[in-house]
Design a protein around this ligand. Sequence first.
Ligand SMILES: [Mn+2]
Length: 404
Amino acid sequence: MKFVHLADAHLDTPFYGQGEDLRRRLREAARKSFSQAVDWALDRRAHAFLIAGDLFDNDLLSFTTERFLLGEMGRLQTGGIQVFYATGNHDPGQAGYRAHALPWPENVTLFREGKPQIVEVHVEGKPVGYVTGAGHATKGEEESLAASFPREKRDLPHVGLLHTQVAFAKESAAHNPYAPSTREELAACPVDYWALGHIHTRQQVWPDFCAYYPGNIQGRNPRETGPKGFYWVELAKGSPKVEFVPSASLEWLDLAIELPEDEVAVDGLIEFLGRKLEAELPSHGSRYLVRLWLVGRTPLVRELQEEENLQMIGDELQGMFGFPWLEVRPGSLLYPIDLAPYRDSPSVLGELLAIMGEIQGGDLPDLELELAFNAPDRVRYLRELARGLELEAAARLIPRGDDK
Ligand SMILES: [Mn+2]
């Protein structure tokens, strides 16, 4: 049995907080990515097309997306491909919700409630496998849906389809524990492949167990970096072949660039950043939404805290590379000063360095700070606060040009 497995399309995500142009581009990109998966299924003559929930972001579906979705399902129907769609917490299936109300074509099996259903997958009248699925009826399913999946073995390839938070999966902490399940619960149902949805980070949950999250089909924010897409799965009894197919047209990048110690002019700085970006980008800039962190030792620490300056650098780099979105942020920036000659010197700076050395290394001086932390956390927090403070102090006390 061969099929497409995708999840978390989140069509019509509003992308509040972004400009109108970028919001529209991101919504279009998600639809385009979905179409790529449909194209792939048609090209490869898939037996089934599996959607593991959160197909759309909320119950307010745009007319464009409604027509788009029904059209894509229609394309699969024309190609003779069955669609299996299990609803998630963003697109629940109870009466009154959109997933329930839409006039899905006949090739679509909608799993829209918690009770699992088993459906035969057939090609030209012959059975090639089974899909068992369950859906979220409401937005807040807190019970395990996996627990009630069937326990009997099947003679043909059998796939479990579910939107679920699997305990201890990578990045699970970043998602709400809707319809939570454990490995034991999943293992109790002898399927050949678990097609999961909900966690946006692509992964095989355990190396020795056939449960997969394809991740979302288009990154939605600067934390959802890297290529996004769907899985193409070929399943014979006991030997799954799982291939990731990238389909997102926009990709979020989170980059840190270490600044040169000797650059003090803005033109030189921008030229340097341009060269670095050029080397870092895997392909043309118009594909990337970039968050750029400036880090390292630079004489420009204070200048690079100014929003106006960061904006100017951003505008120039955006012009050079054609990024749809770029944000420049100051990361950990330190002054390039050699402190050795000042340590133990009979000077104000010498005294300060001695105190800071104690904060970092030895016992903390008795600082009366009203912090609501327990002791070990408090010490770590104070040390973190004081990081780079030596260089900051030195930069204030030594006039510029006198630091070599
Ligand atoms: Mn979800």
